[in-house]
Design a protein around this ligand. Sequence first.
Ligand code: C6P
Length: 412
Amino acid sequence: MLDIQKIRADFPILHQQVHGKPLIYLDNGATSQKPRAVIDSLVHYYERDNSNVHRGLHALSMRATDAYEGARTRIAKFIHAADPAEIIFTRGTTESINLVARSWGHAHLKPGDIVLTTEIEHHSNLVPWQQAARASGATLTYVPVLGADGEGGLDLAALDRLLTPQVKLFAFTHISNTLGTVNPAAEFCRRARAVGAVTVIDAAQSIGHTPFDVQALGADFVAFSGHKMCGPTGIGVLYGRRALLDQLAPDETGGGMVSQVTYDDARWKPAPERFEAGTPNMADAIALGVACDYLDALGRDRIAAHDAVLAQCAMAKLSTLPGIRIIGPRAGAERSGLVSFAFAEVHAHDIVTFADEDGLALRGGHHCNQPLMRKLGLTGTTRASFYLYNTEEEIDLLVASLRRTVKFFGVT
Ligand code: C6P
């Protein structure tokens, strides 16, 4: 069991009032808060070590390089990658997926090929594949989601039909940021491998919430963001299997990623430098390594268990509200620590604005899932997304606030 009060003491931002009420931060799906250790790491870097990496021979540059490469090794361990060279620093999930879609897509996709994704993807794991398909003449196909509220998960029978040898790449989210669905990632990778398709896992919502082993999953590429796992903004990772990275051309070119340059041509360094053109985001990469230490000390298995308890508690208590429609897997089914819901008579933006008056941070809207919203006949949902510092008491306050709001709007 996690000691939530002890954890809360690690997060300075949580100890404030919003509109005269204690802050209840339930927007962790958008971004998580940062523990003191991560904030301290950023301050330490700029106060003591700041220097450009891989370029200087002076003490500060060597210290910064060691810390930056140390973070890469730390993150490799965090996701059980076989080799730190498989960790490419990016700005986040979106940039990581774009890198694969452009570099891998350009090299491997041709007319007649199929890129398979799912109906529950975030725009960041959908639009880059639309672009890659358009550029190459490949076709983009979606695994359907089942149920009027998306409660049935992805259609596994359809997946059997859709995963043909024409499928060259299968990109799917591990955890849906809107439905809370947890996809069977290892099974998806296994099935994709059986038809020779490369897999891309969007781990934005899972990486900081659940144990994650890229080798056990059998993933080819994995994308995630630091800011959703207690790390800083502006830093993320693309994991790529070494054999695949070695064959891949860079998407961006410039300093730091070349071994030899003439006026006519250039040669690339191996991964990971090949994919990190220009001065990298050193301070944030190093602080992301500290976030890994923080989460591993607590145990992501325990964080996942805590998320699950909060999600079930929220499902049970929210379902007592009049007129509520809860989206995603039903109570009792496996779901992550986020719950989306809607009221026919009250717009999600009104719900979020009224909740804000009570000190609650929620998210309302389409959550970058417009096609899914359209499929479910919704313009948006309100989403409460939990993390390691949230409590059941906060869920009680959420439900009490929502009850007042729906009463105000005349929902009975
Ligand atoms: N979802 C949310 O509130 P970036 O913005 O690159 O760090 O992450 C993009 C992204 C990709 N995939 C999934 C499943 C995500 O949830 C997100 C970010 C936030 O749901 C902001 S829209």
